[in-house]
Write a protein that binds this ligand. Structure first.
Ligand SMILES: CC(C)(COP(=O)(O)OP(=O)(O)OC[C@H]1O[C@@H](n2cnc3c(N)ncnc32)[C@H](O)[C@@H]1OP(=O)(O)O)[C@@H](O)C(=O)NCCC(=O)NCCSC(=O)C1=CCCCC1=O
Length: 379
């Protein structure tokens, strides 16, 4: 009987059709701000698998906490399509450069300086954003979000669109919309209720208070969490988060909550003096990818397609209405909130005085350019 290798050699066709949409490097679409790297796949024992790879899609905009510009969104759509049709790719690892931020969502500078006041332009942008989320949810390969740092706003939304999330425990997770002039309707309002229940989804989607990685793991936003801080060469859990207790004296769950007061400050100081090491994160990602490759490919894809449906159905039901609302929202609250973040500073703050705005609207004050300018931090 011929061996599998002999049969492959004898029967594999000499020509394969390329199903990519366009034949261009991902990097060339966005000046290298999204990288596409095929990294050799490994078995559970760490040995390299000949001819098979994982596609690493990497946001490369560290100065702006890996927020995505319009060009980066275009490149990401094509990167996921490329991974989907690449026969040698078994899984996608979606991550960012550095150890501070996976992604903090839409680029607030571009939002404030180009899209603010231009709903027709933002409608076109939101077609691209929607297609990026759909490209992740429709990827024919399992998608692992390697959470290399904070996952905020649209960054949290595209992260939750992935199939698995593995995070280091200095990362925070949350939304920013209602504080910066938007609503988390780029996926979070679709995914959060399905993933963590309506009550905690409401907390995360409206109050804009971050969850620690340990809380995100406890609630079910991420599959796994590992340490990244080393003190004297030894990995330690995030010292700003409660990880050594589960209940407080009243029986309330406190595991994963942020420490407060002096304890929080001491934790911050410890992080500053320690060393950040992502080797445990990469080991966990490698372990997961090694498990994924040890399966039938079509059965894996079918399982992904079925298990994605709760998120996908909510996303498909709402994404076009959300796109339309977000475009029109660029006329008032988004124009105001993203300008405030972009024009504010650490000294003046980067958010408006919400009560002042509410007091004005309570007496019917119209949205004029003058009103918007008066709300800018430091105005
Ligand atoms: C809370 C933060 C994420 C982190 O705060 P902090 O740790 O204090 O860092 P900063 O000093 O704020 O930021 C460091 C520098 O990075 C720049 N930065 C951070 N985030 C962005 C961003 N999203 N776009 C562009 N630049 C960003 C920041 O300006 C600093 O640089 P500088 O030169 O100014 O010193 C905090 O950074 C934060 O709140 N960031 C903004 C989060 C946000 O509002 N994201 C957009 C939400 S809306 C969105 O994503 C949407 C997606 C699709 C659907 C519609 C929609 O609204």
């Amino acid at each position: 009987m011929a061996t599998t290798d002999e049969i492959i050699k004898r029967t594999a066709p000499s020509h394969l059709i390329d199903h990519n949409l366009i034949d261009r490097d991902v990097e060339s679409l966005c000046d290298g701000m999204v990288k596409y790297e095929k990294r050799p796949a490994k078995r559970k024992d760490g040995s390299v698998v000949q001819g098979l790879y994982n596609a690493w899609i990497i946001f490369n905009n560290p100065k702006q906490f890996n927020s995505y510009t319009t060009d980066m969104v275009k490149a990401t759509i094509l990167a996921f399509r490329r991974a989907s049709v690449d026969r040698e790719v078994n899984a996608v690892v979606f991550t960012g450069v550095g150890e501070k931020a996976f992604c903090t969502g839409g680029n607030t500078k571009e939002y404030a300086e180009y899209y603010a006041g231009n709903p027709q332009e933002y409608r076109q942008y939101m077609r691209l954003f929607n297609d990026m989320v759909s490209a992740i949810l429709g990827c024919d390969k399992p998608v692992v979000c390697r959470v290399n740092g904070m996952r905020i706003g649209g960054g949290q939304e595209i992260g939750m669109a992935c199939d698995f999330s593995v995070a280091h425990d200095l990362a925070n997770f949350g939304q920013a919309g209602p504080k910066h002039g938007s609503a988390a309707i780029g996926g979070a309002t679709d995914f959060l209720p399905v993933m963590i229940g309506c009550e905690q989804a409401m907390v995360s989607g409206t109050l804009c208070e971050p969850f620690s990685a340990h809380k995100a793991a406890r609630l079910g936003i991420i599959a796994d969490v590992v340490p990244a801080l080393k003190i004297d060469g030894k990995f330690v859990a995030n010292p700003t988060v409660v990880t050594d207790k589960f209940l407080d004296e009243y029986g309330r769950v406190i595991h994963g909550e942020f420490r407060t007061g002096a304890q929080f400050k001491e934790g911050q100081a410890l992080i500053k003096e320690g060393e950040i090491d992502l080797s445990m994160l990469d080991q966990k990602v490698d372990e997961l990818c090694a498990k994924l490759i040890d399966t039938f490919p079509e059965c894996m894809t079918k399982s992904l397609e079925e298990l994605r449906k709760p998120k996908l159905d909510a996303w498909n039901a709402n994404k076009e209405n959300s796109r339309a609302w977000l475009a029109l929202n660029m006329m008032n609250e988004a124009r105001t909130g993203f300008r405030a973040f972009n024009e504010g500073t650490k000294e003046t703050g980067r958010e408006i005085e919400f009560v002042k705005l509410r007091q004005g609207l309570a007496v019917g004050t119209p949205w004029t350019e003058e009103l918007v300018d008066s709300l800018m931090p430091g105005a």
